[in-house]
Design a protein around this ligand. Structure first.
Ligand code: MLC
Ligand code: AMP
Length: 504
């Protein structure tokens, strides 16, 4: 049997080929047939470059139909798809190239030659650029090629994508995700969220992460649902397009923004059947205010890059605020402490097993082994408890990871850079409350008194050169000494308590 995800998607939308598949408001609408042909053109492009099943391709491009075409073209060909956040700096991108050694790098139209030079130096065979407009030269070239109607034969464990997740040590890890990981998750989500061809999904998420790419796109395509495809979450465009939609997916920041918007009234959500939230904790406050304003209970679900979606509140039945619901079909979860499985209602590390779970980190065998138990459960690092009905409530994370507006930030990555700056003796990055983004990083620093004072602007400038904007601390606090415990470890918990409300 061919497990190629594109083939599975195609099989599920092929009886609706003439239906509108994607609408970009005020720009264009394309049918499922158009999408199928577009993806075949992109497959042809990859084939012409000599890429084969198992070859790696990295792209760092803006959200567009071409980006979807490239994703689906890779699936068709069995080429491993690795999308990167468009805001990553060249320093960050360099690491990803070194790590997975792609044959092809597709970039947004270049601002300078640096990235192309980096690719050449690192042995990437092909460097291409693609923009978002219909008159983009590469797109025109691709559309002039004969479409290649291929469904490369893929076994269930063949790799569809590698998505990078940040690591506690400051080094990102490439999660290897198979065709079957993706199809099993999309099939489960279609079932539990009741997606049908009647649905219209409002898509405002970026498509370089699991949420916008796999959860939203795969589930909608598999269900032959229409997608209203917006470049980003912009409140005006969202309010304009919500009345035409039936389902929306988003990070909690989207719902905070909507509920605080005065003109968000009944007209906007009259056709909506479901609002889904995930990637970060949805506060009980937002859940309750949203319910009060709209009479809709936001459906919160929980997932990870390594696992796709793990649990979800029910479509029918109680959606309980502060909980992330029940495991998806065929997925098992448990809470453990020091390797022992805990009874119900006891807090521990959440572990997960099922067809959704990735097969390991690219080129990091030891790291992979560390994160799986002997009986094959993946150790998520999230802390939670499971009640007697099987419902999961999350209460934190075992690492210091910060989630800002749905993007993960690992303090270590920032601290490593801060510690190289003259004038800083010690640093600690902590996450504190932020009314819009949920959490944001701030830097707590100790001066090196032997060196002349360094300005905050200089510090931010150094960070800006090396890191994406969303990782830059929103505030810098100078203190005399970081609190440490008997083992010499910085007590970040104390700092978090002290500065918890500094950005509110
Ligand atoms: C943008 N900026 C952010 C940011 N997003 N800063 C901190 N945190 C963020 N999340 C910065 C930009 O760099 C820029 O900086 C400034 O804010 C304005 O940029 P913008 O693009 O106009 O911002 P905005 O539209 O407000 O974006 C915020 C947002 C967006 C929340 C709408 O970040 C977003 O769509 N997030 C979704 C993330 C996501 O998809 N996560 C899923 C991960 S998958 P400057 O300095 O230039 O002004 C996963 C698994 C799972 O977690 O379970 O789903
Ligand atoms: P990522 O590595 O980007 O895939 O982020 C995965 C992490 O996001 C998980 O390990 C959780 O910590 C967090 N996450 C995802 N969904 C939720 C949710 N509904 N509530 C709380 N945290 C979540």
């Amino acid at each position: 049997m061919n497990h190629n995800l594109y083939k599975i998607l195609y099989k599920n939308f092929k009886s609706d080929l003439d239906k509108i598949c994607i609408e970009i408001p005020d720009y264009k609408k394309i049918s499922f047939k158009d999408l199928d042909i577009l993806s075949a053109h992109f497959a042809s492009f990859l084939y012409d470059l000599g890429l084969k099943k198992g070859d790696r391709m990295i792209c760092q491009i803006d959200k567009s139909l071409s980006a979807i075409g490239l994703y689906l073209g890779c699936l068709r060909m069995g080429v491993i798809y690795t999308p990167l956040n468009a805001s990553y700096t060249n320093d960050e991108v360099k690491y990803f190239i070194q790590n997975i050694q792609p044959k092809l790098f597709v970039s947004k139209p270049k601002l300078n030659d640096d990235l192309e030079n980096i690719c050449a130096k690192l042995g990437v065979h092909f460097f291409k650029t693609i923009g978002t407009s219909d008159s983009d030269p590469l797109l025109i070239e691709i559309l002039s090629m004969d479409p290649l109607n291929i469904f490369e034969n893929c076994k269930d464990h063949d790799i569809a994508a590698i998505l990078f997740t940040s690591g506690t040590t400051g080094k990102s890890k490439g999660a290897i995700i198979t065709h079957s990981n993706l199809s099993s998750n999309a099939l489960a989500l279609r079932e539990i969220w009741g997606f049908t061809g009647e649905d219209i999904l409002l898509h405002t998420l970026p498509i370089f992460h699991v949420h916008g790419l796999f959860v939203a796109l795969n589930t909608a395509l598999l269900s032959a649902s229409k997608i209203i495809f917006l470049e980003k979450f912009n409140i005006e465009d969202v309010l304009k397009n919500l009345p035409k939609s039936t389902v929306m997916m988003g990070v909690p920041t989207y719902y905070n923004r909507l509920v605080n918007e005065e003109v968000f009234g009944e007209k906007a959500y009259k056709n909506m059947r479901l609002f889904i939230s995930g990637s970060a904790p949805l506060t009980e406050k937002t859940f309750k205010e949203f319910k009060k304003k709209t009479n809709h209970s936001i459906l919160e679900r929980y997932g990870m890059t390594e696992t796709g979606m793990i649990t979800s509140n029910p479509l029918d039945g109680d959606r309980v605020e502060g909980t992330v619901g029940f495991p998806l079909p065929k997925i098992k979860i448990r809470a453990t402490k020091e390797g022992k499985i805990l009874p119900e209602n006891e807090k521990g590390i959440i572990e997960v097993k099922g067809p959704n779970v990735f097969i390991g980190y690219w080129g990091m065998r030891e790291k992979t082994e560390e994160e799986f138990t002997e009986d094959g459960f993946f150790i998520t690092g999230d802390i939670g408890q499971i009640d007697k009905t099987g419902r999961l409530t999350l209460s934190g994370r075992s690492s210091d990871m910060i989630i800002s507006g749905g993007y993960n930030i690992y303090p270590k990555e920032i601290e490593i850079i801060l510690n190289t700056i003259e004038g800083i003796r010690e640093s600690a990055i902590i996450g504190v409350k932020h009314s819009d983004l949920g959490e944001s990083p701030i830097a707590v620093l100790v001066r090196d008194s032997k060196v002349s004072k360094i300005s905050e602007n200089d510090i931010i400038e150094v960070l800006n050169r090396k890191l994406s904007k969303f990782k830059i601390p929103k505030s810098i606090i100078w203190i005399d000494k970081l609190p440490i415990n008997a083992m010499g470890k910085v007590q970040k918990k104390n700092l978090r308590i002290k500065y918890e409300k500094i950005l509110l």
